[in-house]
Write a protein that binds this ligand. Structure first.
Ligand code: GDP
Length: 295
């Protein structure tokens, strides 16, 4: 995960090695390489620039050059800033409400259906919940079928109304069904499109207003880099969502989305998807991720 970025940051810090005493020039050179590494990882230009400016200010504030191990301190400052950029503290999922209603949003192919299943599995096995999965994709019968396959694999019930073309009604009926049958979490999987379009936004916005979920999660494919960040912005403008799910982190992603998304939409990354199987879900810990990136 993020191997290329890790390598480049490692090389940036090499500048500081082999010097008995490091100078302001060495620090500036290192931070320039750090910025280049972030840009190569598809981090937005302004974010990368602000990042190195902040690290530089902290380095000056803490008199890095006069400390015993200036190189190590600089690495720590970069790590802290990276952690902060990715959200600081870990953001939990809000499980209040009876049932807790969780709405999934995102483009087609982002991994919504797979993640809905993973989340149901996580809540069932790790949190002792009784989840209900709801198929609200009224356009693609294959998507409904896919949710059944996912649900069946974990013995989680799936609610659908194949003849009903009104996703608001389906979601509302599902919540009624959950209340009547002792489900304490309702996970609503919605229809995506290949790109942001008005009809999709209106539809999900109507579902959102009608069911007032405790958690609205935006699911995005980490491999799409800057596009992931732009799509997040479009969905957040409409839904004011609560958190981000970054999928496909097991792939050859450069890391830009993971690093930039929080500062663009000011919403935390809550979970990551790391594979196609139902247990390939992790809670997102910004600090652990920063440690991993810095190797
Ligand atoms: P949806 O259209 O948003 O519901 O997306 P799907 O859940 O159907 O996922 C699209 C494709 O991405 C499927 O082939 C999934 O198996 C795959 N996928 C989803 N999440 C992950 C992940 O975390 N890692 C990998 N490698 N593949 C994933």
């Amino acid at each position: 995960m993020f191997d290329n970025l890790s390598d480049k940051l490692d090389k940036a810090f090499h500048i500081l090695k082999g010097h008995g005493k490091i100078t302001e020039v060495n620090v500036a050179e290192t931070l320039k390489e750090v910025r280049r590494a972030l840009l190569d990882a598809d981090v937005n230009f302004k974010i990368a620039k602000d990042f190195t400016t902040k690290v530089k200010e902290k380095a000056i504030g803490q008199n890095v050059l006069t400390t015993l191990q200036p190189g190590q301190l600089l690495v720590k400052l970069v790590k802290d800033e990276l952690t902060e950029l990715m959200g600081g503290d870990v953001a939990g999922i809000n499980l209040s409400g009876n049932p807790t209603v969780i709405l999934m949003s995102g483009l087609q192919g982002s991994g919504k259906t797979t993640f809905s299943g993973k989340l149901a599995n996580y809540l069932q096995t790790k949190k002792g919940k009784k989840p209900l999965l709801v198929a609200c994709d009224i356009y693609r019968p294959a998507a409904i079928q896919q949710l059944y396959v996912v649900g069946d694999s974990m013995a989680v019930e799936v609610y659908s109304e194949p003849e009903n073309k009104n996703p608001v009604e389906i979601a509302q009926n599902a919540i009624k069904h959950a209340k009547a049958n002792g489900f304490n979490v309702v996970i609503v999987d919605t229809a995506g499109r290949l790109a942001v379009d008005e009809a999709m936004m209106t539809e999900i916005s109507n579902v959102h207003k009608a069911i007032q979920p405790q958690e609205t999660l935006f699911v995005v494919d980490a491999m799409t880099g800057q596009d992931a960040v732009n799509t997040a912005k479009a969905f957040n403008d409409i839904l004011n969502f609560d958190g981000v799910v970054l999928t496909k982190l097991d792939g050859d992603t450069r890391g830009g989305a993971a690093i930039s998304i929080k500062s663009v939409v000011n919403k935390p990354i809550k979970f990551v998807g790391t594979g196609e199987k139902m247990d390939a879900i992790d809670v997102f810990y910004p600090e652990r991720m920063a440690e991993r990136i810095l190797g």
